[in-house]
Design a protein around this ligand. Structure first.
Ligand SMILES: C=C(O[C@@H]1C=C(C(=O)O)C=C[C@H]1O)C(=O)O
Length: 363
């Protein structure tokens, strides 16, 4: 039979029938999966154990990516199962996730990318509020930005991580593309460009070159800037796709961030201690006495035990002296043998030592 015979509709018809039949089978299997998740929920309920197990979800996805033979791509498998697990998890108990609001922030996108869409979002006005919401139990987890590839560390998050009792249980990296947005897509009559201070900094060269006459005003979030632009025709916002969609704005200019590869790393904070997956990272805060060679000695145990360092960041200790806290991410879980040995030695060397948590590393 010549498969090229017939009109487009005639040829698509049987394939669509096949897809419809497959969807019914997928739904039947998803229903069984959801029932199994409900059973897990009942058992966990009896033991009062946590609903969300990031390391288990990581393993579910990794195993499927491993056996996948295509044509679905690995990213596609991750995206599909993220939502499947999110919906199944919500049957155990819908998780409340705190992040910097309002609707349309990159933090919201990060939360949805990490937890899927079957969550309750708790919109906070500041990073401090996100930490408070999780600390007092109003949310099970929070999602906060920790570093940007153009602008470096989000210092408020680093300070809050140091002071709070929350631990890190996950991370998610998002590409950050900013647009210049107004209600009409035109710039006439606009006098002020609003955005979060971080976004203004990430777009400063573009603004100086293309819109030097606009007054730059920092506001609490890019989404807040978008909300303002939607109601005030003298305001343009710098914000991303989620905010543009949420506030029905038009692009005056697309991708105005100075670095086309601009990315932000977010961490998931909560009370949960992740078990090892074999692909983990551990975040530490350390300080040393102000002596020659102190930082060198601090890093020696890592080198000695073959533990690689993924990040090294310093931040003033805020004591009025020239002392610093070092935020160090190392590869591996704190319970991996070589990491455990290195950390034991680090503890004896460091003037201050805090383990922020071990969690599945986002590749
Ligand atoms: C089903 C479980 O609970 C949650 C849902 C999961 C899923 O749908 O695969 C996996 C881990 C948990 O976040 C479990 O703990 O196994």
């Amino acid at each position: 039979m010549n498969s090229k015979v017939g009109t487009e509709e005639q040829r698509l018809g049987p394939i669509r029938d096949q897809i419809d039949a497959l969807d019914v089978q997928i739904l039947a299997l998803l229903t069984q999966r959801a029932q199994a998740a409900q059973e897990v929920g009942h058992i966990k309920g009896g033991f009062s154990s946590p609903v969300f197990r990031p390391e288990r979800e990581r393993q579910v996805v990794a195993r499927l990516q491993d056996i996948n033979q295509g044509p679905l791509l690995s990213d596609g498998i991750a995206a599909i199962w993220r939502e499947v697990m999110s919906a199944c998890r919500a049957l155990e108990a819908r998780q409340t996730i705190a992040y910097l609001g309002p609707i349309g922030t990159f933090s919201e996108q990060a939360a949805q990318t990490y937890f899927g869409h079957s969550i309750l979002g708790l919109h906070c006005n500041s990073l401090d509020e996100v930490f408070k919401a999780v600390e007092k139990g109003a949310a099970q987890f929070g999602v906060v930005p920790v570093e940007n590839s153009s602008e470096g560390a989000i210092s408020r998050t680093l300070d809050l991580l140091l002071d709070s009792s929350m631990r890190i249980s996950g991370e998610v990296v998002l590409p950050i593309h900013h647009h210049l947005l107004t209600k009409t897509g035109k710039i006439d009559g606009v006098t002020t460009v609003c955005a979060h201070a971080q976004a203004l900094a990430q777009c400063q060269q573009w603004l100086s070159q293309h819109a030097p006459h606009l007054k730059r005003q920092a506001v609490s979030s890019n989404a807040e800037a978008a909300r303002m632009a939607a109601s005030d025709s003298s305001v343009a916002a710098i914000a991303g796709d989620p905010a543009q969609l949420a506030y029905e704005l038009q692009q005056v200019a697309t991708q105005v961030q100075d670095d086309p590869h601009n990315r932000t790393r977010f961490v998931v904070i909560g009370n949960y201690a992740c078990q090892a997956t074999g692909q983990d990272q551990t975040s530490l805060v350390l300080s040393v006495d102000n002596q020659p060679g102190a930082v060198y000695r601090l890093l020696e145990p890592l080198a000695k035990h073959g533990v690689s360092m993924n990040r090294f960041e310093s931040r003033p200790a805020r004591k009025g002296t020239w002392e610093y806290h070092f935020y160090i991410d190392v590869a591996g879980h704190a319970e991996d043998v070589k990491v455990a040995k290195a950390l034991e030695e680090l503890k004896t060397i460091a003037a201050f030592y805090k383990n922020l948590g071990s969690y599945p590393h986002s590749a």
